[in-house]
Design a protein around this ligand. Structure first.
Ligand code: ADP
Ligand code: MG
Length: 581
């Protein structure tokens, strides 16, 4: 961060190492004690030394170019590992940049902890105009699950332990710790500091649902004629893959995954109803919602849904029940324990499923898949390429490398990639999620690679990439096995409206159709490609994946590929007539 004209006063006394330490040391040790392996952040006053000490504890410190992306990385680690990802930032603007990601994590039920350096609260409270003055504690409060402030080093171990518990327990979410300069700089004897540290017991305690709720759910499920299971990212997060597989396969229940639950059960499996979303909504008589919310993405559970439907809902959050529609059978508790109880109760029972329900869903799937293949086939040789041409080349490569984590954001790039690429392993798809935000891609790709050690491919729209592109530098500095594929149609939704002669301002949706994003990758030493045909894209992606090195593929699409997404096109005016490609 910028150096202020007058730097904040140094700690009253400097510690005499090794006999004395500061609160920063206590923080590093406390994080290590709760099992934190990675910290994502961006240093500056007052956290720089803390980051060194964290590294000194053997924790990986992944330094970013923007705090929001560091936060997206921490959140992604949370989703993929069920342990809180940790973000560390400086005060004021660094804190605010990071808070965007922590708020997003909270909305998406990803566990993460944001720790930001903060001004002396006594000065903030009196509005004394201290360095980077901001009441961060109260700013964070409404958008995260819990907030803590450490005003003295003695509070740090308990703040870290409690933040961990708050992040992972019940409905997971983002937690904020205000790490004030006095606490960070507090000098103490090493011996006294060591005595503060403790090993918290049972940081995650799963809570079982009550048996009555399980009995009710099983009664309704087993008497359904047209049952279905709706899998959400909460089910993916819970890491209960085998139990879900048993429930689906033993009782022959078709399943429909939400975007980030794709692959929890194979998208192309015989009971997958991925292509039959509207049929499930219209015709299913019982739907078991597992770790998903009946929010805007599911038409709030009404309207398009069968009015006589009975929902069974498995969720850890009691307040999620009845949010938009009455739930016939809520099962509130930890997903693993809930599924154990349901499977035990189902044992020996027979389902009442109408066999025609399964055959009709399978026939519909076959028909839809054939239409989809025809569409990809029809656009196979488009020149310049459109989204379907490019995605047609990407699809077989990702599907034959199922262990690659796919990060995906954009408008058309998101919608079309999600629809086209079948996933076959759980927790291998990370995207814009509940808030449908742009600007999560590069940070999430880094978090996924660091947290799992796996290879990552980020398929990005050019607009989406713009939010986080500079952190491609972080992929390169840490030599991560990440390939970024940018589908460049020169704009938000599309790139029509480019005034080539630059005699007038571009349309609000216009970006850079002629931009060479590959050159940006080159600046940081990555292997890069600029491709204009599907054959070149296939070769570039195969090569990048084989290299396991940072790489960037700039895919040139036509400026008129893509449309405004989100079904609200009627709200926006048509592009101006006199501004054409
Ligand atoms: P999607 O976007 O895929 O529909 P949501 O994020 O809307 O998924 O919903 C996820 C749901 O999963 C949340 O309501 C959350 O409370 C729930 N959930 C998360 N973790 C668990 C868990 N371990 N056990 C039970 N429910 C969980
Ligand atoms: Mg675009």
């Amino acid at each position: 961060m910028a150096t202020p004209n007058t730097t904040p006063a140094p700690a009253a006394q400097a510690p005499h190492y090794p006999d004395q330490v500061t609160g920063m040391y206590v923080l590093a040790r406390a994080l290590k004690n709760v099992g934190i392996e990675n910290v994502y952040g961006l240093v500056g006053i007052p956290i720089t030394e803390a980051a060194y000490l964290i590294q000194g504890q053997g924790i990986r410190f992944v330094g970013f170019r923007h705090e929001q992306q560091a936060g997206m990385a921490a959140a992604t680690e949370g989703f993929l590992t069920k342990k809180p990802g940790v973000l560390m930032t400086v005060s004021s603007l660094g804190f605010m940049n990071g808070l965007t990601a922590t708020a997003n994590a909270t909305v998406n039920c990803y566990p993460m902890i944001q720790i930001s350096g903060a001004s002396d609260p006594t000065m903030v409270d009196m509005n004394m105009g201290t360095y980077e003055q901001l009441d961060q504690f109260n700013t964070a409060k409404p958008v995260v699950k819990a907030v803590f402030r450490c005003s003295k080093a003695e509070d740090i171990p308990s703040a870290v332990a409690r933040a961990y518990r708050a992040a992972v327990s019940g409905r997971p979410g983002g937690v904020y710790i205000d790490m004030t300069t006095p606490a960070l700089g507090q000098v103490m004897n090493r011996e006294d500091a060591e005595k503060l540290l403790y090993q918290p017991v049972d940081v995650y305690s799963p809570v079982a649902p009550n048996q009555q709720s399980v009995d009710r759910a099983v009664e309704i499920l087993s008497s359904a004629k047209r049952p279905a299971i709706l899998l959400g990212k909460g089910a993916a997060y819970a890491q209960v893959d085998d139990k879900i597989k048993t429930l689906v396969e033993k009782y022959n229940i078709p399943y429909l995954p939400m975007s980030m639950a794709k692959g929890l059960m194979p998208d192309a499996g015989p009971l997958s109803a991925l292509s039959c979303r509207s049929t499930i909504m219209k015709e299913a008589d019982v739907v078991m919602v597992i770790g998903a919310r009946l929010n805007w993405m599911l038409s709030f559970g009404k309207g398009k849904w069968n009015p006589a439907i009975k929902f069974i809902q498995l969720d850890v959050e009691p307040q999620e029940i009845d949010v938009n529609v009455p739930i016939a059978a809520p099962v509130v508790g930890d997903m693993g324990l809930a599924l154990d109880a349901i499977l035990a109760k189902l044992e020996g029972k027979t389902m009442s499923t109408d066999p025609a329900w399964l055959t009709s869903l399978q026939a519909e799937t076959k028909e839809k898949n054939a239409k989809f293949s025809a569409r990809l086939q029809a656009n196979k040789d488009a020149s310049p390429m459109d989204h379907w041409t490019a995605i047609g080349a990407i699809k077989p490569i990702l599907e034959s490398n199922p262990d690659i984590i796919l990060v995906n954001e954009g408008a058309n790039t998101l919608d079309d990639t999600r629809d086209a690429v079948d996933m076959s392993l759980p927790r291998h798809r990370v995207d814009c999620a509940t808030w449908a935000i742009m600007g999560m891609g590069i940070g999430s790709a880094i978090g996924a690679a660091v947290a799992t050690g796996k290879q990552v491919v980020a398929v990005e729209g050019d607009s989406a990439f713009g939010f986080s592109g500079m952190d491609f530098s972080t992929i390169c500095r840490f030599n991560l096995p990440v390939t970024v594929v940018i589908l460049n149609n020169g704009g938000i939704y599309n790139g029509i409206g480019v005034p080539l002669d630059k005699t007038s301002d571009p349309a609000p949706t216009t970006l850079d159709i002629h931009a060479r994003y590959d050159k940006l990758g080159e600046a940081f030493g990555a292997k890069t490609y600029y491709v204009t045909t599907p054959e070149q894209l296939t070769q570039a992606l195969n090569e990048s994946i084989a290299s396991k090195k940072p790489s960037l593929i700039d895919v040139q699409l036509a400026a008129d590929s893509g449309k405004e997404s989100g079904h609200i096109g009627y709200l926006n005016p048509a592009p101006l007539q006199d501004i054409t490609v």
